[in-house]
Design a protein around this ligand. Structure first.
Ligand code: COA
Length: 310
């Protein structure tokens, strides 16, 4: 089987910050409530005329600037595309003058980036593809009701990009896992005709997230031939800091194994793992040989995991 590596990452976040003190002026909430219940301090919000595809293209440009490769396939993860057609991958390819490639969108809510990574890995291993670009971009502000204090404090906008390649299989992707429990499909809803704005059963999603994180850590370690005593890091979907605290407690792992930037980006749905990965990479948080576990979970209720040898 061909080895597939995660060659480069890229990211983009809008300039505008929405802080907890800004939210205090918009709804009946406090910085203290938001910080203790979620760990979020501020989020980025796209301009009215800045769409998910604009952010995806910028993250993709950032990623492509680090590698001397042209993608032969583009997968765009998004649940917040501004149009059904042209779909997001088509807009991004056009913006970046990418030609001679296949391109499609993938929507698996907050698990979308890791779903895309699993699909891309197997398409490289089984198909004619060598270099696959993934974007994960979300304009969550578009689907957020800024009069609902229970949800408007959670979300931010942003985009990430990843380049997978079999040509230089550095940071090898050792294993992936995909899953769905469709019995919880109405626990997270957004973008419908009647229920346009985001709403969720927060407690049920919280419990699901903690359980699935524990299971994914065990399964990804097993598939990678590693154990809890090895050096590894977890980059989970950045939904709520308390989910990570509970997952650490239940998995009997130290909190510093969990990489978290939720304080300054909030929940950016499928972009969140990519943003955290890009930031962690810039800060040099991983050394060669470390195992990095990406764990997505969210609407669907979906989950997806990937183990990468750094
Ligand atoms: N400021 C102040 N009070 C707030 C508030 C806010 N922004 N939002 C809700 N409250 C109040 C509620 O009205 C409720 O008041 P009551 O007890 O008088 O009825 C109280 O705080 C508790 O609300 P609850 O919704 O039970 O809080 P919670 O502890 O479950 O936290 C979430 C809410 C959303 C932070 C939490 O459930 C969560 O993060 N769940 C995971 C969801 C997730 O990650 N979803 C993303 C999908 S990927």
């Amino acid at each position: 089987m061909k080895k597939v590596g995660l060659l480069a990452t890229g990211s983009y976040t809008p300039e505008r910050k929405l802080t907890n003190s800004d939210l205090e002026k918009m709804v009946d909430t406090t910085d203290e409530w938001i910080t203790t219940r979620t760990g979020i301090k501020e989020r980025r919000i796209a301009a009215d005329n800045e769409y998910s595809s604009d952010m995806a293209a910028k993250a993709a440009r950032d990623c492509l600037g680090k590698v001397n490769l042209r993608p032969d396939l583009l997968i765009s993860s998004t649940a917040t595309a501004e149009r059904a057609c042209p779909y997001q991958a088509s807009i991004v390819a056009n913006r970046l003058n990418l030609t001679n490639l296949g391109a499609f969108d993938l929507n698996a809510a907050c698990s979308g980036l890791v779903y895309s990574l699993a699909v891309a890995k197997s398409m490289i291993q089984t198909g004619p593809y060598r270099n696959i670009l993934i974007t994960a971009s979300e304009k969550m502000s578009m689907l957020t009701d800024y009069t609902d204090r229970a949800s408007c404090i959670l979300f931010g906008d942003g985009a990430a990009a990843l380049m997978l390649s079999s040509e230089q299989p550095e940071h090898e992707i050792l294993a992936t896992e995909l899953g769905l429990d469709a019995t919880g499909s109405d626990y997270v809803i957004m973008g419908g005709r009647e229920d346009y704005y985001f709403r969720q059963d927060g407690r049920k999603v919280f419990k699901f997230a903690v359980t699935i994180m524990g299971e994914m850590i065990d399964r990804l370690l097993l598939k990678s031939g590693a154990s809890k005593n090895d050096d590894f890091y977890i980059i989970p979907h950045q939904a709520n800091y308390r989910i990570l605290e509970s997952a650490a407690r239940e998995s009997k792992l130290p909190q510093d194994r969990f990489i978290c930037y939720i304080d300054h980006y909030g929940n950016t749905s499928s972009a969140s793992i990519g943003l955290a990965l890009d930031e962690a990479e810039k800060e040099g948080r991983f050394k060669k040989g470390d195992l990095v576990l990406l764990i997505g979970f969210g609407g669907g209720l979906s989950w997806a995991g990937a183990a990468i040898r750094w």
